[in-house]
Design a binder for this molecule. Structure first.
Ligand code: ADP
Length: 339
């Protein structure tokens, strides 16, 4: 079903509801008005009949009942006409109003479906690339009648790399789906320092490989949140800081508190992000050109969209400042820690 026909269907339902209410009201108004007019006419006729002696009463016989019935008919016809015009006006106004309301109701759903379709297309594309590479390699090697053990081993090694890429992609997709589907969050109060240390331990070996040193100013300030997802958030930010930094550079982690708001800053001296890329880096599958072109920087553009979702689930905020070739700073601000 296209959204155009859904707009029309919903418009028709809205119009039918409004029109039913309007017709019911019209019938009630008709019933009440007709008995009120009838009563009024009867009172008038009684007054005519009882005119005091000597008043100007016509000499001829007057059929008061007939006059009353005629007047009632004329008044009721007039009332019916007015109610019909009223209902036509309601029909026209409600048709426009309903279309507008139907659009307003369905637009967010249409956007969601579009985002979902884009996501499926992007995910399939990312899944297809390593699969196609593996398939091509296997086919070429199978055709080679003199394939040596070494060549076969090389092929398996390269296939394993592709499988690892697929594994990390499916893990990222699963994480994204988990956080997207309003994951159960186990809120508790704890010092933010603990999750920074947990996250740091998870990425320390990557930093070591690039000889990256950390310069940390950690504090014991408390935040409220789900330890596991917040550790995930800082793993993503620290992993990126390492991935996009040159060897032997420094990363700073600062924890600060200002007016009950605890903030964590992660500052690197890496490649930086172009101003034109900044508004998009939290979108799913978005990778700045500088990251795509450098093939040694692995990734699918899913980390920051997971990070953004975790931040949202904690009613926190995430900010980014960056300068090309100078470095990038991510700041996460937590709301006051009260449970
Ligand atoms: P990826 O898997 O590509 O790292 P992310 O969603 O984590 O995906 O990040 C999206 C993009 O934002 C990256 O491709 C990169 O271009 C940019 N980016 C994120 N963090 C940094 C950083 N610390 N330094 C430079 N660029 C970054």
């Amino acid at each position: 079903m296209t959204f155009k026909s859904a707009y029309l269907k919903l418009t028709i339902y809205y119009v039918l509801i409004v029109l039913t209410i309007s017709v019911v009201f019209s019938v009630v108004i008709y019933k009440m008005s007709s008995s009120e007019i009838n009563r009024g006419l009867r009172r008038q006729m009684t007054v005519f009949r009882q005119l005091p002696h000597g008043a100007m009463v016509p000499e001829f016989d007057i059929d008061f009942e007939k006059i009353r019935a005629d007047q009632l008919k004329v008044s009721l016809n007039h009332l019916v006409d007015q109610l019909i015009y009223f209902n036509i006006a309601i029909l026209i106004i409600s048709a426009f109003g309903s279309y507008f309301l139907a659009k307003k109701t369905l637009e967010p759903i249409e956007e969601m479906v579009k985002a979902q379709n884009d996501f499926t297309a992007d995910a399939s594309h990312e899944l297809k690339t390593p699969l196609a590479a593996m398939k091509a390699e296997i086919e070429v090697n199978l055709r080679d009648k003199k394939l040596s053990i070494d060549q076969a081993k090389n092929m398996l090694k390269s296939n394993l790399e592709e499988i690892e890429r697929l594994e990390s992609l499916s893990n990222a997709l699963l994480k994204l789906a988990r956080f997207q589907n309003d994951v159960k969050i186990n809120f508790q109060k704890f010092p933010v320092e603990t999750i920074i240390i947990d996250a740091y331990e998870k990425i320390a070996s990557l930093a070591d490989k690039k000889n990256i040193t950390f310069n940390n100013q950690l504090q014991n300030f408390e935040v409220t949140g789900d330890k596991q997802s917040l550790t995930e958030l800082f793993v993503i930010l620290l992993d990126n800081a390492i991935k996009y930094s040159p060897n032997k550079s420094e990363i700073h982690i600062n924890i600060q508190k200002e007016k009950d708001v605890v903030s964590v800053e992660i500052i690197d001296e890496g490649i930086g992000i172009k101003a034109s890329d900044l508004p998009h880096i939290f979108d799913r599958f978005y990778r700045a050109d500088s990251s795509r072109s450098k093939e040694n920087i692995a990734g699918y553009g899913l980390g920051l969209s997971i990070a953004k979702r975790i931040v949202q689930l904690h009613s926190a905020k995430i900010f980014v400042k960056s300068e090309i070739s100078k470095g990038t700073e991510f700041i996460v601000k937590f709301p006051p820690a009260d449970l």
